[in-house]
Structure formats: C-alpha cells, structure tokens
Design a protein around this ligand. Structure first.
Ligand code: ADP
Ligand code: MG
Length: 136
C-alpha cells in the first residue's frame, strides 16, 4: 500500500552560509523527494526555542537555539513515499563523523552542532513542524 508522507526539512545556517542549498536540494530531488513548499528565512532566537522545545533540558539547548537563529535557513516541506524515514536515512546520523557514505551530513556536515540539515523524526512531529513554519 502506498504511504505518501510529508516531512519538514531545514537547511541549517552552516550550509546556507556555504551556498550548499542548491546541492542539498538536488540530493533530495535525485532521491525522489518533491519539494512541495520552501522558503528562505531567518528566525528569532525565541522561535528557535519554541521549535526545539523538546530539547529544552539538554545541555546544548541554548547553543542550539542561538545557532539556528544565527543566519538564513531554508525550510521545506518534502514529499515522498515514507518521506519521514527516507529523509532521516538521506540525512545520516546526527554526528557527521558517524554518518554513512552518501548521506547529506557525511558530505556536508562540519560537526555535531553544524550538521547542515534538520529532518522531522516522526509523523506526529512532521505535522507539528510543518504547521510551525507553513501554517498561514
Ligand atoms: P537530529 O537533528 O539528528 O534529529 P537531535 O534531535 O537529537 O538530532 O538533536 C537536534 C540537534 O541538536 C542536532 O541536529 C544537533 O544540531 C544538536 N545536537 C544534538 N546533540 C548534540 C550534542 N551532543 N552537542 C551539541 N549539539 C547537539
Ligand atoms: Mg531531532
């Protein structure tokens, strides 16, 4: 049975700053994702804090929110069969050092914090995250 899903992807400041957004979008395209909507924005730290609220107890939370709001990002709704898991696989492990060959984080990630992309981790969070950036 087909299971077309949508997931939220973010090209993070480190990648936008290095002009990697075109190459990363091409990887999505080659891997069968459709970019349904996209926008290039910069968010306030307060918005980053809301977006990453699940991590608020983590020691890296403050740095993470400062970082996500530090420069332009590209937010996208990606669509594909089983898009949520497929995007997590294409992104690779959180730490680029552990990411598999051919993944976005292996190719472009600099470090665990500057790992170039975000992707929703579940159907529930995909919906919440898509609404966060695209609900009018
Ligand atoms: P993912 O982005 O792979 O879903 P998490 O949801 O666990 O990873 O973490 C969110 C983001 O927080 C990561 O992408 C990374 O930028 C940052 N992060 C995670 N773990 C650490 C850590 N130990 N130190 C610094 N930053 C981290
Ligand atoms: Mg996550």
């Amino acid at each position: 049975m087909s299971n077309i899903e949508q997931t939220l992807s973010i090209i993070k400041p480190d990648a936008v700053e290095r002009n990697l957004d075109g190459q990363i979008k091409e990887m999505f395209s080659i891997n069968g994702f459709t970019i349904v909507q996209e926008k290039k924005i910069q968010i306030e730290k307060q918005e980053a804090e809301k977006f990453y609220k699940v991590h608020e107890t983590k020691p890296f939370y403050d740095d993470l929110c400062t970082y996500l709001s530090s420069g332009p990002i590209v937010v996208m709704i990606l669509e594909k069969e089983n898009a949520i898991l497929a995007n997590r696989e294409l992104m690779g492990s959180t730490n680029p050092k552990d990411a598999a060959e051919g993944t976005i984080r292996k190719k472009f990630g600099i470090s665990i914090d500057k790992n170039s992309v975000h992707g929703s981790d579940s159907a529930e969070n995909a919906k919440i995250e898509i609404d966060f950036f695209f609900k009018s």
